[in-house]
Write a protein that binds this ligand. Structure first.
Ligand code: CDV
Length: 328
């Protein structure tokens, strides 16, 4: 039987700080309906899809920021999204700020916050939860930065690893995996998914269109190039389809990048958004292409060399190499 699924990247335009959940949820439902109308079986929304990208705003006391987080999913406010998913028979990736009352590493139960994405099955059940591992930015208010990026203040590092689950998409069981925004720049994250035979990596992002901090390393004209380079390489090197979905446009004066894409296991872009608004991009994905990559050039069992990779899992920062000494 052919394993072909139709995938939709549901890019969101900006969400302003003052905008309520009801307005956002109505936009999500509209995109789900459009996706269904265009034959999609899986719909991918951005990172933190229910709110503005709030880590740009400093709060002294994190409890003051509770309105940007979800203590449960579904909640009365988000129930219409779950209802639409069930009604339309869709599988859906949704990014949001999560509050969880759970034990930390020391066993103490406390209020914890994560940058989270869930995959919701057509039944409305959550089949996969992922908490962002690679949190960019800083923890304290920075007087030298032009724009704050306080993910390290708002969120703890994800503690669920990089799960992959086989779950139904339309009539096909598919190996589904997730990343969130900055994770896409880290090959280790992709390989964790590749090692579980992922076939569709769903990832949402909020990426500033202008980088005012890195003194040219991530120059403005390279922002989209670096994003797509990372996603295309991740897909190719792990023989998987990938969907990268932006929250785009101008949020309270801050520009976010668009260019949401669907990528195949050869690393080719199959479809790309052209606006910075709510926009749906759809592509058919033949999952046989994943198996082809996985059993040929990226046959991990045959070609990976664990004995040469010890450094990757034991060393965080880079170190200087030894200095070459010419023979006397
Ligand atoms: N939300 C993000 O993780 N944004 C980062 C920016 C700060 C570089 C990104 O990787 O797109």
């Amino acid at each position: 039987m052919k394993r072909v699924i139709t995938v939709a990247a549901a890019q969101l335009g900006p969400i302003q700080k003052a905008e309520g959940r009801d307005v956002v949820v109505a936009r999500l439902v509209r995109l789900l309906e459009q996706a269904h109308h265009r034959g999609a079986q899986v719909v991918v929304f951005p990172e933190l899809a229910l709110t503005t990208f709030f880590p740009r705003w400093y709060v002294e006391d994190l409890d003051e920021a509770d309105a940007w987080f979800e203590p449960s999913l579904p909640s009365p406010a988000t129930q219409p999204v779950f209802d639409a998913i069930r009604r339309l028979g869709l599988t859906c990736y949704l990014g949001y700020g999560e509050i969880a009352h759970e034990a930390d590493e020391t066993g103490v139960v406390r209020k914890r916050r994560f940058n989270t994405a869930v995959v919701i099955a057509p039944s409305g059940e959550i089949v996969l939860k992922y908490r962002k591992v690679h949190l960019p930015g800083h923890k304290e208010f920075s007087t030298v930065r032009k724009v704050q990026h306080l993910e390290k203040r708002y969120f703890e590092v994800g503690n669920l690893g990089f799960p992959v689950v086989r779950a139904p998409v339309g009539g096909v069981d598919v190996n589904l995996g997730t990343l969130i925004c900055n994770d896409r720049r880290w090959p280790e994250a992709w390989r964790e998914l590749g090692l579980q035979q992922v076939e569709l990596v769903m990832l949402g992002y909020n990426t500033p269109a202008v980088n005012q901090e890195n003194r040219g390393f991530e120059a403005n004209h390279l922002r989209n190039f670096h994003s797509q380079l990372s996603i295309q390489a991740g897909c190719y090197q792990n023989a998987t389809f990938g969907v990268g979905v932006a929250k785009a446009g101008n949020e309270d004066g801050f520009e976010l990048m668009g260019h949401s894409i669907i990528v195949n296991p050869q690393g080719e872009i199959m479809a790309m958004a052209t606006s910075c608004a709510d926009e749906l991009v759809v592509a058919d994905c033949d999952l046989a292409m994943c198996e082809l990559g996985r059993t040929t050039i990226f046959n991990f069992a045959q070609h990976r060399r664990l004995e040469a990779y010890a450094r990757i899992a034991t060393q965080t920062g880079s170190t200087e190499p030894p200095v070459w000494q010419p023979a006397r």
